[in-house]
Design a protein around this ligand. Structure first.
Ligand code: NAD
Ligand code: DAU
Length: 350
């Protein structure tokens, strides 16, 4: 019976990974460790919370003693590390939280794994989940490959880059069995509605402006979140130690084109006339240091582990919009309190 620690399991991607592992691997005990920050929400896991192989641990990865004690108590065999401060805009206004959680928090987990696994690393694995943003920003041509030099440009991506380096340093220096992946933008159910796609769906529904930074020409490569969870399952079980796998959707969109598609899908699902939502598009002041283009070359994970996205973007977006429109309670519970303060501060000055 393997004991797997998944950090950040109450967040967007983490909740999909926890659900997949709890339902697919009844012979694993899954421990979801999460501090339940503004981005963590146990409602995301309502459907698996009573499963016999699921356990929730409320803990903060920046607290080294708490992490150490949990390793003593539960004797984890493996770690899948997703807990992070993940929103670029928040990293611009509050970089220190990103340094604490993404860098110090990651080192605390590495230290605990190193101490408790010692030399007996047979069957052990520390999987660090990271982002394509560590590679910086692309021009019109080219793709990020696993050997692309790191060139992070925001406090968020710099903190994730530092955590990636530390994970590799622990492998090199202490022979910790690690594996990493760097993924492009995810979309789908349960994403915190500060991020572009759920923010726009919610605003269209409520007939509020859709804030597009700059001219909306920045490009992102979008992957459906359940496909990312499947890729994480593959890398965790079949990825080679000390290797990095890039994960992407081969699905590049400028922000403005993406938002226009979203507008039309939401109009259709709400029974409104086509074009209604597009009138809400509002160009606002650009994000400071806004990366122009991300695009992943995912041939390594495809060739070595057989991973391919399962959904066409059109299907993924239809599914995503349907989920948010059918889960208004989930949105309402979040879009009060902290969210509203953040939203007002973020968009008032623009
Ligand atoms: P998220 O912000 O939705 O969730 C983060 C989770 O981590 C939350 O549940 C939060 O409560 C928890 N957390 C934050 N600080 C913590 C702390 N100090 N201790 C314990 N738990 C803490 O993030 P996400 O979008 O699901 O991203 C998950 C991971 O995947 C991150 O490491 C992120 O860098 C990476 N990633 C995200 C994307 C994306 O498009 N969202 C793409 C590539 C990689
Ligand atoms: O590339 C992977 C990354 O994708 C992850 O590492 C991050 O955790 C995740 O948040 C995401 O980062 P982005 O900054 O790309 O995501 P976001 O949804 O914040 O923004 C997507 C694009 O839309 C980006 O170019 C900024 C733009 N944008 C965003 C918001 C919130 C707007 O134009 N208006 C907005 O209001």
């Amino acid at each position: 019976m393997k004991k797997i620690l998944i950090t950040g399991g109450a967040g967007f991607i983490g909740s999909h990974v926890v659900r997949l592992f709890v339902s697919k691997y009844s012979d694993y005990q899954i421990f979801n460790l999460d501090a339940l920050t503004y981005a963590g929400n146990l409602e995301n896991l309502k459907d698996v919370q009573d499963a016999e192989n699921y356990h929730f641990l409320k803990a903060d990865i920046t607290d080294d003693q708490q992490i150490d004690q949990l390793f003593v108590k539960h004797q984890f065999d493996a770690v899948i590390h997703l807990a992070a401060e993940s929103h670029v805009d928040r990293s611009i206004s509050d970089p220190l939280s990103f340094v604490k959680t993404n860098i110090i928090g990651t080192v605390n987990l590495l230290q605990a794994a190193k101490k408790h696994w010692g030399k007996d690393v047979e069957g052990k694995r520390f999987y660090h989940v990271s982002t394509d943003e560590v590679y910086g920003s692309l021009g019109e041509e080219g793709f990020f490959v696993e050997t692309t030099s790191y060139d992070p440009k925001s406090p968020y991506s710099a903190s994730k880059a530092a955590s990636d380096h530390l994970v590799r340093a622990y492998a090199n220096t202490y022979d910790l069995p690690v594996v990493l992946s760097n993924c492009s933008n995810n979309y789908g159910p349960n994403q915190f509605p500060e991020k572009l796609i759920p923010l726009c769906i919610n605003n269209i529904k409520n007939e509020k402006p859709l804030p597009i930074y700059g001219e909306g020409l920045n490009i992102r490569d979008w992957l459906y979140v359940e496909d990312h969870a499947r890729a994480i399952d593959l890398v965790f079980h079949k990825g080679k130690l000390s290797q990095t796998y890039n994960i992407g959707g081969h699905n590049e969109w400028t922000n403005i084109d993406l938002v226009k598609v979203l507008c039309d899908v939401v109009d259709k699902q709400l029974g409104r006339a086509t074009g209604t939502a597009q009138k809400l598009i509002t160009f606002v002041k650009d994000r400071a240091g806004h990366d122009m283009r991300y695009a992943i070359d995912a041939s390594k994970i495809q060739n070595e582990l057989g991973f391919k996205p399962s959904l066409q973007f059109e299907q993924g977006i239809e599914k995503t919009v349907k989920w948010y429109l059918e889960n208004q309670d989930w949105l309402d519970n979040i879009t009060s309190g902290n969210y509203q303060h953040y939203y007002d501060a973020q968009y008032k000055s623009r």
